[in-house]
Write a protein that binds this ligand. Structure first.
Ligand code: AMP
Ligand code: GLY
Length: 424
């Protein structure tokens, strides 16, 4: 079967890498892909975007399955378009993806279906938002309603910070329409985890758990980013908590959507805050796989991903089980100078470690310039390794990171720290 993966990040490189291992994969295309996928003999980049061009390509090449990586095309309705064209595609429809593209919709949905999450209110009017902040006090969390590429959330430690965030978002700040409506929610304490499932409209299959590191700097300091590293599994999600998440969050979400006329197909990502009492609450929904969580998760997947996706598209996920490598995996993001605010592009990547069975360099913001590999975006690489235990996965990943050379490369030195007490 020929497969098309839509997107250009590390998540899509990992998807394509894993799909290419399937005995049934004839050819894997990425649209548009990146410098790393361009260099991989098993993968082929196609420089196309937009539903119309991609549908024409999928028809011409007789693509048997399309997998959509990022949220933007999902929010634009690419799955609806592919389905209308009679093409097999995996992802949520535009209506289903609203769980990610409108935080207000997601919060109201959770309230309607008693899905545990922080108390909130939505505002378009700045004076009312300021009053609410004064009423609730700090810490408090301000979220732009729309898609904001990881920049739409301010966790305000003081009411002054919260007021400033309101002025920025509702005052016509850089987020534009995405910030014209804001959700203000209570600050939740606990430990975060990423909980991702595959859904076929009726059945769900949980992927291995993971934990991301959203802040730029060691010890969870600095600005929020798209994610600076991740590992799988997340020990904070014990079997008991796993069962609770399925029972209290995932199942009611799928059932609630179904009751409202939406059959959810695609990956569903619940960002969780797990309280000291073991109660999981939903911080956010994403309608896709996480990046960089996908990289360690897929390194641990032993089952054939093409086969799983085939069942997911056909509505028969209840007939399959996924097998996971018992070894943990850990990925370290190597970012460009200036990330996340002003990432510098065009730096020559002069050295990379060779891939091996237990360590793979997934590319994200890389491009081919003549015969050279250069940086082309904020998160450049995600160096991911498996190990007998998390400590050895981490050692292996950082050994590989040490071989990466480009000007201004920055990475966190403490990925996995929450699962490795005492390590630095
Ligand atoms: P989100 O994009 O909604 O997941 O928010 C980005 C990050 O902000 C999360 O990964 C958390 O670290 C933090 N965050 C979001 N909502 C809350 C909350 N209600 N309480 C505490 N931290 C939060
Ligand atoms: N790593 C967080 C996300 O993909 O949204």
């Amino acid at each position: 079967m020929k497969v098309l993966v839509i997107g250009s990040g590390g998540r899509e490189h990992a998807l394509a890498w894993k799909l290419s291992q399937s005995p049934r994969a004839q050819r894997i295309y990425l649209a548009p892909g990146n410098g790393g996928t361009a260099a991989d003999r098993n993968l082929q980049n196609v420089d196309l975007q937009g539903s119309e061009a991609l549908i024409a390509f999928a028809r011409a090449e007789q693509i048997g399955m399309t997998v959509v990586g990022p949220e933007a095309p999902l929010a634009a309705g690419i799955v609806d378009d592919f389905r209308a064209a009679g093409l097999r595609v995996f992802g949520p429809t535009r209506a289903a993806a609203q769980l990610e593209w409108s935080k207000d919709y997601a919060k109201a949905f959770m309230a309607r279906h008693a899905i545990p999450t922080a108390a909130y209110k939505t505002f378009t009017d700045a004076p009312a938002a300021h009053d609410y902040i004064d009423l609730r006090g700090a810490p408090i969390v301000i979220k732009a309603d729309g898609l904001a590429a990881g920049k739409g959330v301010v966790v305000a430690q003081t009411t002054a910070e919260a007021h400033a965030a309101i002025d920025h978002m509702l005052g016509g700040g850089s987020l534009g329409a995405a910030g014209a409506r804001v959700v203000i929610e209570d600050f939740l304490e606990g430990e975060e985890a990423s909980f991702i499932v595959m859904c076929d409209g009726r059945h769900t299959l949980a992927l291995a758990t993971s934990q991301d590191h959203k802040r730029l700097l060691d010890d969870d300091r600095g600005p929020n980013t798209g994610g600076m590293g991740a590992y799988s599994p997340a020990p904070v999600v014990t079997p008991a908590i796993h069962a609770r998440v399925m029972r209290e969050i995932i199942d009611p979400t799928i059932a609630g959507l179904a009751a409202e006329g939406i059959a959810y197909t695609g990956f569903l990502y619940a960002g969780l805050m797990i309280g000291a009492d073991g109660r999981p609450r939903t911080l956010e929904f994403n309608c896709r796989l996480g990046d960089p969580e996908t990289q360690p998760i897929l390194m641990r997947l032993k089952s054939d991903l093409l086969w799983l996706l085939d069942h997911a598209i056909d509505g028969t996920l209840d007939q399959v089980e996924a097998q996971w490598d018992r070894r943990p995996a850990l990925g370290v993001v190597v970012a460009a100078q200036g990330y996340p605010e002003h990432p510098r592009k065009g730096d020559l990547i002069s050295a990379l470690p060779a891939d091996s069975d237990d360590a793979v360099v997934f590319h994200a913001g890389t491009a081919r310039d003549q015969q050279q590999l250069v940086t082309s975006g904020g998160r450049v690489l995600c160096v991911t390794a498996l190990g007998e235990n998390l400590r050895s996965a981490r050692r292996r990943a950082y050994e590989a990171v040490a071989q990466v050379r480009f000007e201004g490369a920055q990475f966190r030195g403490d990925i996995g720290h929450r699962a490795l007490p005492g390590a630095t």
